[in-house]
Design a protein around this ligand. Sequence first.
Ligand code: DLL
Length: 423
Amino acid sequence: MSRSEIEKIQLERLKKMVKYCMDNIPFYNKRLTEAGVTDDKIKCLDDIKYIPYTTKADIRDTYPFGLFGQPMKNIVRIHASSGTTGKPTVVGYTQNDLDMWSDCMARLVVAAGASSDDIVQIAFGYGLFTGALGLHYGLEKIGATVVPTSSGNTEKQIMLMQDFQTTALVSTPSYAQYIGEMAREMGVLDKMNLKLGLFGSEGCTEEMRAQIEKTLGLFATDNYGMSELMGPGVSGECRERVGLHINEDHFIAEIIDPETGEVLPKGETGELVITTLSKECMPMLRYRTKDITRINYDPCKCGRTFARMDKTKGRTDDMLKIRGVNVFPSQVESVLMAFDEIAPHYQLVVTRKDFADRLEVKVELADDGLLENFANLEDLQKRIHHNLKTVLGIDTKVSLVEHKSLERFQGKAKRIIDLRNEK
Ligand code: DLL
């Protein structure tokens, strides 16, 4: 589709969605009425700006089913995000929602190069998390052979990869990294047949991806989504890997200034805001994702015309403000990945002393042999410190720790430990 065709569909669907929300969801009826928005007021796509933002707090306030636009007898599935504090974020699906979800997923896995010839091991956790079942249905739809191993039980995971000659792995990049590390220790890397990694659910620098690809001998794409919007399937990379194609016939993406809430001109970096265009159970109007990215509307070499979002830079709530300087964990990861002497495992610990924030970067040695030569160790620490300072613009404390002493992850990695508010 040309851009004008895409926008025509988006406008038609947006108007319908506004009316649907007005008619079926009291929360939106009140919000839209207060803002003076009706479907008639939406005459062009820019008019989306009249619709108020929806936030995670709105979902929490209407827990568990307050944002559902259909009676429970029409709801066929419920998922929820873990919610580290308090109640989880609940999402529901009608059968049409599940069909749309599988379609979106099927498109993205095909764009990534998957086909009915693939044997795919899904190593995302099955359960309330959307990742596993989202990919599962999309991959079945294209006729791939799905092996629902779920996350964890890594040795068995690796055994099945060899025995089934699994060709594709679905997981977080950090779990793929762990699987690679363990397969190497088991001495079986050359007995595996992986060709494709469908990764997502957390950020991963290009450097980290290259390393995982090298270890596991596969080609990896990045897939983005979130529970509130459906799960995975909002956007994903094609083989060109210059941004993640957004399924724009089902989602309108905007970029706003996270501080002021102002819509930013096309091409600028800011917070991603998504409006769902076809969800029935739980539509989202202008949902603030808190993810920082940029949208590129140029046609892609692959021939797809859906706009592409950059790999996310991080979440606004993951961004660390250290002595007034914004630091994204992805910047630290990029610096660390350039050093062969350290394994790609790290942790950021933030503390506050005498009103000043301190960032400690704990990095794991690739090989404990390095511990034997103090001068080398000191030199390595200095070089890492220097490079971090150049990129981040702040001083950090670099701590080199023993090989395998930092935690490994089977789902999303948790690399930040913020102790600033601890007494
Ligand atoms: O992580 C959905 C998903 C599952 C996407 C599997 C892709 C693959 P949540 O648990 O609700 O949903 O977490 C959503 O995770 O707002 C981002 O901050 C982050 N995230 C998801 N995908 C990516 C990605 C799923 N490819 C939150 N790169 C989002 C960076 C990502 N961050």
